[in-house]
Ligand binder design. Structure first.
Ligand SMILES: [Cu+2]
Length: 454
């Protein structure tokens, strides 16, 4: 963690803090990198198994006369979405999303919020049961936090679970710019709903023109960057998991559409929503969980299947980066020779897609600065052809308990990888069915008509 504003003592003993001390502002720790921070273990009780935030961190606090004090600073930030692209966003304490806030059921928390944005803001504590005046809805439950001002929120965490924070002021702009963070309240009894590994991330979408760095904030539906914690594949952390660990992944959605999040090689249950824990008798097995807009789902599974398992949104446009839209469908269209002719006029011109678009995963295409390829990333067997909301759960034998480092690619046991048939060649290719009255196969090329329904 870098500390531009130096953080004084992770936890000050309550005894040394006087009433005068209570009036002082806690330091606001700052982070500038998108690297996953190690889990933040509490230095005083009650103890809990901390969460790990993908490409993120948890906010240190200080104790002050029985209150857990945090300090969030709302401010413009620069966030690397993946190597090769950095966006101008708004966030908290140096990053978007802001740091994860972790506390314990029953904790009294005092959260200072300083506004360094160019406009007013507030913070709403989504899912927390609290006094009305602490709910953070600008104009309704409190005055707006003006530019340069600091407000204080004080409430007790009445129930454990998975929550989030975000502004309730100029929402369209402030959420489109990346203002959000996870909020985890651990059960007071550490054996209640215990897991071995506990991950958290938020779904956010941006509309950033290729070559630009600042999101278009008026966008309603046509986003082109689908992120987990403001990162896209291959920039999203992998989830390193020890075989047979019980794993929880807390996923909060602040995009403007739903995301069916899917895991390979395992099944899971939804164990918690932003409304609380799901009783065990009410859970059912799934491999995809739809995360509605403005909602949270915490999924749980036992990682009993070693390997590198894809973990992604199942909307195919959400596993690619900008430029996936507005490409006409060219499958089956014979445009041999066309590219060469256009090339004489426009040297870098590329015509793509007559055999599908998979070639793009390997193509070294000239891109505008600060722009990611539409499909990218490589694995042990070649191009992965993904982007956006995609990462890998890496289930391995014998990882150390708090080791979240990427363990590299899975070494498949002999004879367990799909392989090419090398026997007799297949019989002659099947004839393409011809449409009535036509000689050849029916070909139709049509342009996409927008994605208002994603
Ligand atoms: Cu999605």
């Amino acid at each position: 963690m870098t500390s531009r504003r130096q953080f004084v003592g992770g936890l000050l003993g309550a005894a040394v803090v006087s009433r005068v001390g209570a009036a002082s502002l806690p330091e606001a720790p700052l982070r500038e990198s998108a690297e996953m921070a190690p889990p933040l273990f509490p230095k005083t009780g009650p103890h809990y198994n901390p969460v790990v935030t993908l490409n993120g961190w948890s906010l240190p606090w200080r104790m002050n006369n029985g209150w857990k004090e945090f300090h969030l600073v709302a401010e413009p930030v620069r966030r690397q979405l993946a190597p090769g692209m950095t966006a101008n966003l708004w966030g908290y304490n140096g990053q978007s999303p802001g740091p994860t806030i972790e506390c314990v059921e029953g904790d009294k928390v005092r959260i200072f919020v300083t506004n360094r944005l160019p406009e007013h803001t507030t913070i709403h504590w989504h899912g927390i049961l609290l006094p009305n005046g602490m709910d953070g809805v600008g104009g309704l439950t409190q005055p707006q936090i003006g530019v340069g001002k600091t407000f204080v929120y004080e409430f007790q965490m009445k129930h454990s679970g998975t929550f989030m924070y975000h502004p309730h002021a100029d929402e369209m702009v402030q959420m489109a710019m990346g203002m959000m963070g996870s909020l985890v309240v651990h059960p007071r009894d550490p054996n209640f709903m215990r897991v071995d590994r506990d991950f958290a991330f938020m779904l956010a979408a941006y509309d950033i023109e290729p070559g630009a760095a600042t999101p278009k904030v008026a966008e309603m539906t046509e986003f082109n960057l689908w992120t987990w914690n403001s990162r896209v594949f291959p920039g999203i952390d992998t989830l390193a998991v020890r075989r047979n660990d019980r794993v929880r992944v807390r996923i909060a959605n602040l995009t403007m559409t739903n995301h069916p999040i899917h895991i390979h090689g395992h099944n899971f249950t939804v164990a918690c929503t932003d409304g609380g824990w799901v009783p065990k008798s009410a859970r059912w097995p799934e491999t995809s969980a739809d995360i509605p807009v403005g909602a949270i789902r915490a999924i749980e599974f036992v990682a009993d299947n070693p390997g590198d398992w894809a973990f992604h949104c199942h909307k195919s446009h959400h596993v690619m980066n900008a430029m996936g839209h507005n490409v006409p469908t060219m499958i089956g269209v014979d445009h041999r020779g066309v590219a060469e002719r256009i090339n004489k006029l426009i040297p870098d011109y590329m015509l793509m897609g007559e055999r599908g678009m998979a070639d793009m995963g390997e193509m070294e295409m000239p891109l505008p600065d600060n722009t990611l390829p539409m499909m990218t990333g490589s694995g042990p067997f070649g191009a992965i052809e993904m982007g956006g909301m995609f990462t890998v759960v890496k289930v391995r034998e014998g990882l150390a308990r708090n080791d979240y480092k990427d363990p590299g690619w899975y070494q498949h046991p002999r004879g367990t990888v799909a392989y090419e048939w090398k026997g007799d060649p297949p019989p002659a290719a099947r004839e393409q069915p011809a449409a009535a009255g036509e000689k050849g196969p029916a070909l139709r090329a049509k342009k996409p008509a927008g994605h208002a329904g994603h």
